[in-house]
Ligand binder design. Structure first.
Ligand code: ADP
Ligand code: MG
Length: 251
């Protein structure tokens, strides 16, 4: 009677890890004469761990990372211009607590997106709401929202993320409408939440991306006020991989 009710209650309360471990735990506990407190503590710990893992998984999916990347899988020796200590400091996420920004600059293939995702995943693990978006996609979404008279609503949606990652600024130029909406988004996040940007263009070239040097400098002014810029001046990792396969001759 108690046995069945215990199982039914665990299911009702959505304590699924406890429910699936109950039988074995009780059996083991009687064999090894464990105390009731030990049994309860074990089951609660397992339930907490399972719930935390599930929550992190859900947040990872919700964050929209194009792939999973970690700092452990980043080869710092391949990129000697990049200071490992600086990246490790960023992974401590102090910039997030201080609502500061991070910008990764450099040519294609040097690991800008990899590092941005790795920091984003770290933030997800720490429980922050994170969103990853490609700059071109973001511009399209903002432009569409503007056309539908829903720009304010859209911007508010992006304000909910303590960390927004905007990848690949500069691959495509922004229309002047998109540049204005983008400026609004950046102004509203300014000193409230952090944004990570990646770009293949130096700050001096951002005027061209925005088709408007006034907007570009107003955007940069806000981004750079509290910001760590990480310049990566190295060789493309993609090229290295192809070279290894003998597809590209060594110069
Ligand atoms: P970028 O955004 O600068 O163009 P990516 O971050 O997309 O470059 O890197 C290209 C590919 O090479 C990705 O698969 C990434 O994981 C990998 N990569 C780049 N740099 C490194 C590195 N130093 N160590 C390990 N993998 C790397
Ligand atoms: Mg990239």
């Amino acid at each position: 009677m108690e046995y069945e009710r215990a199982h039914a209650n665990l299911v009702k309360l959505k304590l699924n890890a406890m429910e699936s471990l109950l039988d074995n735990t009780l059996e083991l506990a009687s064999k090894e004469s464990k105390s009731t407190l030990e049994v309860l503590d074990f089951l609660l710990e397992e339930e907490r761990k399972a719930k935390e893992t599930h929550l992190v998984d859900t947040r990872m999916r919700f964050a929209g990372f194009p792939s999973r990347k970690t700092l452990d899988s980043f080869d710092f020796e391949f990129q000697p211009s990049l200071e490992k200590k600086l990246v490790n400091d960023l992974a401590g996420l102090r910039f997030l607590y201080n609502a500061e920004n991070v910008v990764f600059l450099g040519p294609p293939g040097v690991g800008k997106t990899h590092l941005a995702i790795a920091l984003g995943m770290e933030a997800v693990r720490k429980g922050f709401p994170v969103h990853f978006v490609n700059a071109g996609t973001l511009m399209e979404r903002l432009a569409q929202a503007e056309r539908e008279g829903k720009l304010e609503y859209k911007i508010r949606g992006y304000l909910k993320f303590k960390l927004l990652i905007i990848d690949e600024i500069g691959y495509l130029p922004f229309s002047s409408e998109a540049a204005h909406s983008f400026f609004q988004l950046i102004s509203r996040r300014y000193e409230k939440s952090s944004t990570i940007f990646t770009s293949n263009k130096s700050y001096g070239e951002w005027g061209e991306i925005f088709n408007d040097t006034v907007i570009a400098s107003a955007v940069l002014d806000r981004i750079l006020h509290h910001c760590t810029t990480v310049n990566i001046r190295g060789e493309s990792y993609r090229l290295k991989e192809r070279r290894k396969q003998g597809l590209v001759p060594r110069q």
